[in-house]
Design a protein around this ligand. Sequence first.
Ligand SMILES: Cc1cc2nc3c(=O)[nH]c(=O)nc-3n(C[C@H](O)[C@H](O)[C@H](O)COP(=O)(O)OP(=O)(O)OC[C@H]3O[C@@H](n4cnc5c(N)ncnc54)[C@H](O)[C@@H]3O)c2cc1C
Ligand code: SF4
Ligand code: SF4
Length: 646
Amino acid sequence: MSTSAEDMKKSHTFRRFEDGEHEWNDLTKKIFVQDTSHKCPTYVHRTPPCQGSCPSGEDIRGWLQIVRGIEKPPADVDKHEYAFLRSTTANPFPSMMGRVCPAPCQEGCNRNVVDDFVGINSVEQFIGDTAFEKGYKFQAPAALSGKKVAIIGGGPAGMSAAYQLRKKGHASTIFDAQEELGGMMRYGIPGYRTPRDVLDHEIQRILDMGDIEVRTGVRVGEDVSVEELEKDYDAIIWAIGCWTGRGLPVPGWEGTPNCVTGVGMLERFNQGKLKYVPEKVVCVGGGDTSIDVVSVSRRLGTADGAAPMEDVIAGKAVHEDGLDRRPATVTLTSLFPQDEMTASEEEVEDALREGVDIKCSVMPLEVILNDEGRAVALKMAECDMVDGRPVAREGTEFEIECDVIVAAIGQTGDLKGLEDFDNGRGLMDADKFYCVPGRAKHFVAGDIVRPHLLTTAIGQGSVVADTVDEFLNGKEFHKRPKVDVHHFNLMEKLHEAGLDPDDYQPDYVWGTSEQKFAIHNFDDRSEAEIISADHLFLGHFPEEPRNLRETDVPDSDHVLGHFEERVKGLEEEKAVAEAERCMSCGLCFECDNCVIYCPQDAVYRVPKNESTTGRYVATDYTRCIGCHICADVCPTGYIDMGMGDH
Ligand SMILES: Cc1cc2nc3c(=O)[nH]c(=O)nc-3n(C[C@H](O)[C@H](O)[C@H](O)COP(=O)(O)OP(=O)(O)OC[C@H]3O[C@@H](n4cnc5c(N)ncnc54)[C@H](O)[C@@H]3O)c2cc1C
Ligand code: SF4
Ligand code: SF4
């Protein structure tokens, strides 16, 4: 078909040249002679966005390069152990994270621009599970300082603080109101998502570092007073999480016995006390907690003769095994449309497969009570979100019959006996160093500051440990870098490889020459800069589908009594293949492009006996003509034509 006269007159949608451009762009001249800047390559380390978006700041790129075999361990360390040690520098729970972290790192991953993100948490699970299998330990901690820290709460924030403090040489005592450590990893998230043998192992590995005393079954504020702690300890870290569920703000909720909270229900289920649910369960939520409530309800089912759920939650009864189960009818309601629910897309799909009825864009209006004052239905209406608040659509009201209503719409702290610390919103205030404002030697971390994720609590546990360490050593608090993470450090890497530069001067981190006292051609901007995809040479990376983990999500007919683990880890071969999809944003991954394409042979490989990660290539500046080909063909965005700027 020929082009019509009309189409011929239309402007093209893509033009290589602008109007008025009539000079031939001589690439040969541009590239092979020199550019006009006279600048030469410098090697620049930046933080990759995966690390920048991981709330515990893991050196993800580092452990991916170790798993795929590019970054080498020291001679006496196994590759898997080295990957484990790198990942746990920031976060001592790789098996937990790999399974249930919603992985904000993956949203940030530059690989999304090429095809699909790197399956970071599947490789993290592989690292953690291999460590479990092989029984890796944390490296010998520093000698004791003689100082002692009280940590209130043995959830992820408190355990992370104890771990980081012990690495710095400080002993601690962890107080926890529950019988076992783990916080919401044990008493919130069900065991088919965080298997208890793996959780126990990851907790024990921290305790095995020694000098971390554990006092479980002790509630601070009731069994032990704040004054006692202030007398006995050099510093106090509050990591008590959020254990009070919010009720529904609708008439009929307050004081109704069969209106309960999600955290209350899950606590009893995880303690092994709640084994059945009523016949008709309605859960109001849309986030992580609500998904666990409905998935657990579908698994437990209902049974004639079981004590009422609210009695088990209130501690008045405990369910026994042995009753005949049958499926419960379970409904989940959310204010938002399905694709805007806070729970991840996968979790929502799993719940649907398990037979949960999900009603989206609806709001609760009233709890309908019977003559005995028990909830028999929840009155709802379709709604729109206006300025963050739900507004009911008139005439759309309807009722859902129920035997129990579970509210999973958020939590605050349980500050019984600790009312002085309440900031008025059921939480505790923290300044930027995680000190409790106006309370000398009190520090705080985790959900009690702002409920979020496991990895966030773990990251804050690490920051608070830095602050407490500075406090115990009488130092001023250190200004946190803009990108607050556990960065790759070339000096440490050189030291580990036995390649310490001679007579190194810390102020001189820019090197232009081959003198050994300078860090050869390396500029570390990782504390301030995150590298975006447009800095990379993306053409280097062919499309590769993500290596997916298998999941065991039962359908509606098979969910009853199904408590097997949901996510199966990757085999080694697949974990390595997945790590190989990483584009190593911001750090050399030894592809040799710059060496191969340099027309002047100015770029060369550092001799093998002097080479390590971050010191693999160098430039002979007497040969470089500033053509910038090496910077153009570097896939990782590690080369800047910057030499000459300084
Ligand atoms: C049901 C549910 C599912 C979740 N799912 C996920 C998920 O899939 N992925 C994810 O990343 N996050 C998830 N989260 C969020 C995550 O669990 C929390 O962000 C995280 O556990 C917070 O850690 P924390 O250490 O601050 O508090 P917690 O884990 O709550 O631990 C606090 C600890 O303090 C103890 N304590 C409290 N008060 C006292 C006191 N006065 N004295 C002594 N001890 C006390 C408690 O017993 C507890 O052990 C979920 C949360 C819930 C409730
Ligand atoms: S903790 Fe979460 S955000 Fe961090 S690397 Fe692991 S999966 Fe990613
Ligand atoms: S490609 Fe690799 S280094 Fe880059 S953001 Fe993704 S995981 Fe991180």
